[in-house]
Design a protein around this ligand. Structure first.
Ligand code: NAD
Length: 473
């Protein structure tokens, strides 16, 4: 069934609810307000938690087959609305339409892929007298706290993992990007019983209200490391189960034997997709000194040729960054680069608009101690660094508080594997980066997170482990 994409509601107990007060996001390409969305209160949250608690009784007892069928019906409805969702995503997030279309396609792949996985039930001991089984049971009411960079994909991933394993879920979008997530929940009410999937939009108070709520049993959080710490502290009070997917500062190590004509265009995309607002993408590029100059010059040339503008226009690659806060942070980092006299190679004249456009910038061999190397820019600002010694570059690559992704690029797969085996990150890649799939667990080392999402491992994160002891005598 087609949706109305002009009015936005909370979804509570399979009803579309307006709130007394509303708020709105901003179209980052124009600076103009997007439509009004609900501003949820503590009472709205209480209602949603009560409905989720009621729904859990039956939903947790439905079979995996029934739950899979509901998830597939939901995916079909998302697919039927994919063009409108992608256009809405561009309008709220700023990413170009083709990247928004890919995000919707990935969400479909995740929904269908996650719900085709099977949770293990393991017989740990089997004797004449005794059987011991380990199995997984749903936790209860889950909350999915979603960031603004991949609002649709990450909401679908969290929501599907929760409900497929028998939980109920309340989705809380970022205040910057509430639109697609509210529409996803509207589609979900056509497929799930009341209270199983709900969504609440709100401002900065809503996240802490959720993590404090005694009726919620599990939080799946994706966002910055700083907020992740606050979420963990809040969850500690009621010992909520918690998955944290946090920031990253991924290194890529480029060896001297790569084919530049093949590798540089790939790396350019993996550094700058979504205006570099992706947790797991190349944020520190270590290039062997033998090819450094040629690599840098080719990279600059490719980046300069990528079109910048409103993501709703054709062929745009660089949209705006998503919000004013991110724009100000990026501007501050650019000021730091200039004031420290670093060699910043800037491309593009930013569009003449009130949008949040940041000039894509490549910083030529800055010191390892500079902010652009130490921090996660989350904007199209990339340090490219020279290396010559393998042991040294590994130390530099691992010298970060983060550990989300890391990659090695070489034609010599044995050498690449030897280097990759020494990288400290939850996802390690050879001759690629930023790959993910519904069957593959995804998570971070160090301050990049706790637990995993996706894969059987990710599904288990939505469950209690239960050990069943059966004395047969
Ligand atoms: P953020 O931490 O500001 O916000 C994330 C979500 O948390 C939003 O919904 C926000 O409203 C909510 N929130 C804010 N304060 C809260 C609190 N005290 N309690 C509960 N919820 C609260 O992050 P962001 O700026 O939206 O996203 C960018 C960050 O997310 C980057 O650091 C990026 O690397 C990271 N990220 C990580 C992954 C991953 O899977 N590891 C994926 C995408 C983004």
């Amino acid at each position: 069934m087609a949706l109305d994409f002009t009015t936005f509601y909370n979804v509570i107990d399979n009803e579309l609810i307006l709130t007394a007060q509303t708020r709105h996001g901003i179209n980052p390409a124009t600076g103009q307000p997007n439509p009004e969305v609900p501003l949820s209160t503590a009472e709205d949250l209480d209602r949603a938690v009560a409905a989720a608690t009621r729904a859990f009784r039956n939903w947790s007892r439905t079979s995996f087959d029934d739950r899979r069928a509901a998830v597939h019906a939901f995916a079909d409805r998302v697919e039927a609305n994919k063009e409108a969702l992608a256009a809405l995503l561009t309008r709220e997030q700023g990413k170009p339409l083709n990247q928004a279309t890919t995000e919707v396609a990935m969400a479909l792949q995740w929904a269908r892929g996650l719900s085709s996985l099977t949770l293990p039930e393991t017989i740990l001991e089997e004797t004449e007298d005794l059987q011991v089984i380990q199995r997984y049971t749903p936790i209860g009411v889950c909350a999915a706290i979603v960031p603004w960079n991949y609002p649709l994909l990450l909401a679908v991933g969290k929501m599907v993992a929760a409900v497929y394993t028998g939980n109920t879920v309340i989705v809380k979008p970022s205040p910057y990007t509430p639109y697609c997530d509210l529409k996803l929940a509207e589609l979900a009410i056509q497929c799930f019983p009341p209270g199983v999937v709900q969504a609440l939009s709100g401002d900065d108070d809503l996240g802490p209200m959720i993590t404090e709520h005694p009726g919620i049993h599990k939080i799946s959080f994706t966002g910055s490391t700083a907020t992740g710490r606050r979420v963990m502290a809040s969850c500690a009070k009621s010992l909520k189960k918690l998955t944290l997917e946090l920031g990253g500062n991924d290194p890529a190590i480029i060896c001297e034997d790569v084919d530049l004509d093949v590798v540089v265009p790939k790396v350019a995309i993996l550094c700058f997709l979504c205006c570099s607002q992706i947790c797991m993408m190349i944020k520190r590029l270590y290039v062997h000194e033998k090819i450094y100059d040629e690599f840098r010059d080719k990279l600059v040339q490719i980046v300069q040729a990528l079109k910048m503008g409103d993501g709703a226009e054709p062929d745009v690659f660089f949209g705006p960054v998503q919000n004013r806060m991110q724009f100000d942070k990026a501007t501050d980092l650019l000021d730091d680069i200039t004031s420290n006299g670093l060699n910043a190679i800037a491309s593009h004249v930013v569009p003449n608009s009130s949008g949040f456009f940041i000039t894509p910038t490549i910083v030529d061999n800055p010191p390892d101690t500079s902010r652009v190397v130490r921090e996660e820019p989350f904007a199209p600002i990339l340090p490219i660094l020279k290396w010559s010694d393998e042991a040294d570059v590994l130390t530099r690559a691992n010298d970060t508080e983060y550990g989300l992704g890391a990659s090695v690029w070489s034609r010599d797969l044995q050498r690449a594997r030897r280097l990759a085996d020494q990288l400290e990150a939850g996802s390690v890649f050879i001759n690629t980066h930023f790959e993910c799939a519904p069957f593959a667990p995804f998570g971070g080392y160090k301050m990049s997170g706790m637990g995993t999402e996706l894969g059987v491992n990710g599904l288990i994160g939505n469950c209690n482990s239960q050990t069943l002891w059966i004395r047969k005598g």
